[in-house]
Design a binder for this molecule. Structure first.
Ligand code: PMP
Length: 404
């Protein structure tokens, strides 16, 4: 992989911050966009912007074709059996809220439970709490240990008769843990329980095949996959999507409307009320083309090598504590320096041109469990280099000297 050539595809990577070359290590929050994506958005708005699915005119047909071609591209990217199993959403959060609402209204009753994991992002906790509260159901949690590894020995007992759905992250955004999702799906399915995977931190790092995983629902965000903001994907198995009630009501999701009764549209439109993010879908398709051309296998190999190098270098810094020590990891390294606040480390790195994230990373229960206020988090993309890791390490040593 020619990283220097790849970096040229991302104009923002040439940006200077405080007069220093930007070292962008906040990819877990959002990734930068290659020129191909920026041009696809520009081209969409300059040449065929129009509303989809409704117009008889040429531009509307072109926009519809591009929008539906994007859906086909996403389906191929995750190997969905049917293109209509791919629903456009606003992002991961929106996808989880959709399933929580629809599954909750359709299938949850008092006494039932939803099983999540101890390392979920707030967006895979709160929607379940909200619907459970409404239905008199509860949220149960697969615990983790101090290393940030799920305690899988507890799973069989947790998967009792009350559990109606398991919702779990594939990769933890705060710890970098890659969860044993195949085993979770296998055990849940052996009891007839469907599984939703939060793929927000997975699809950009790991080849994901929904048929091979046999997962029932997968959600992710375009903006973490080098695509534009404002658009995301919900994959659902046809049988489940057909069984669920619709989410929002409005245009496009209906077949017929009278004041007495409305009938709903077929998949995927049943779950896509209102004007969708057409340009976002087109941009996401361009991002998928870009990533696919490099190859997710290659990306995974490069990123794993970079992660191993970064872990080795960071471990050697005296007083630096890694948070999350799963042997199976991807994308993210969380750390603390001695007893200092992560925000102070983050600020000192920022002044040296390095973008990391600090805080609880929308995972307050993780931080509470570990008894820490939060972490500083470096999160990687395939355009990051060993040289950038070296810059991070040197900057951390400088920050450490200032904090001591
Ligand atoms: N889940 C995980 C694991 C995430 O990392 C994120 C984004 N930080 C989300 C869900 C929410 O994604 P979005 O804000 O794009 O909806």
């Amino acid at each position: 992989m020619d990283i220097e050539a790849i970096r040229k595809d991302f104009p923002i990577l040439d940006t200077k911050v405080y007069g220093k070359r930007l070292v962008y290590l906040d990819n877990g929050a959002t990734t930068q966009k290659p020129t191909a994506v920026l041009e696809a958005l520009d081209h969409y708005y300059k040449t065929y912007n129009s509303n989809v699915h409704r117009g008889v005119h040429l531009l509307s047909q072109q926009a519809t074709d591009a929008f539906e071609a994007a859906r086909t591209k996403v389906a191929a990217f995750i190997n969905a059996k049917h293109t209509y199993e791919v629903i456009f959403t606003k992002g991961t959060t929106d996808g989880i809220n959709l399933i929580a609402s629809c599954f909750g209204r359709g299938f949850l009753k008092a006494g039932d439970s939803i099983l999540i994991s101890a390392m979920e992002h707030h967006s895979n906790i709160v929607p379940w709490q909200m619907i459970c509260e409404e239905k008199g159901a509860t949220v149960k949690v697969i615990p983790m240990n101090e290393d940030g590894v799920l305690q899988m020995d507890q799973l069989p007992a947790l998967l009792d008769d009350t559990v109606k759905l398991v919702a779990c992250t594939y990769v933890s955004n705060s710890l970098g843990t890659v969860n044993p999702v195949r085993e979770i799906i296998k055990q849940a399915h052996s009891k007839g329980i469907p599984v939703l995977l939060d793929g927000a931190q997975a699809v950009q790092h790991i080849p994901v095949d929904v048929q091979e995983l046999d997962v029932d629902f997968l959600v992710f965000s375009s903006h973490k996959l080098y695509g534009p903001t404002g658009v995301g994907i919900l994959y659902g198995k046809e049988e489940w999507l057909n069984k669920l009630p619709p989410y929002q009501g409005g245009g496009d999701m209906i077949k017929t409307v009278t004041f007495a009764k409305t009938t709903y549209n077929d998949l995927p439109f049943k779950f896509e009320a209102g004007t969708p993010d057409m340009s976002g879908a087109v941009g996401l398709a361009a991002a998928i083309d870009y990533v696919t051309a490099i190859g997710l296998d290659n990306i995974q190999k490069e990123e794993q090598a970079l992660l191993a190098y970064a872990l080795e270098q960071l471990t050697a810094i005296e007083g630096l504590r890694l948070v999350g020590k799963s042997p199976e990891r991807s994308g993210v390294i969380s750390f603390l320096y001695k007893n200092t606040h992560p925000f102070d480390v983050g600020e000192l790195l920022d002044k040296q041109g390095i973008a990391v994230r600090t805080g609880h990373h929308c995972c307050q229960p993780v931080m509470d469990f570990l008894g820490i206020p939060g972490t500083a988090r470096a999160s990687f993309a395939f355009y990051n280099t060993k040289e950038e890791v070296d810059i991070l390490v040197a900057a951390l040593k400088k920050a450490a000297a200032m904090l001591d």
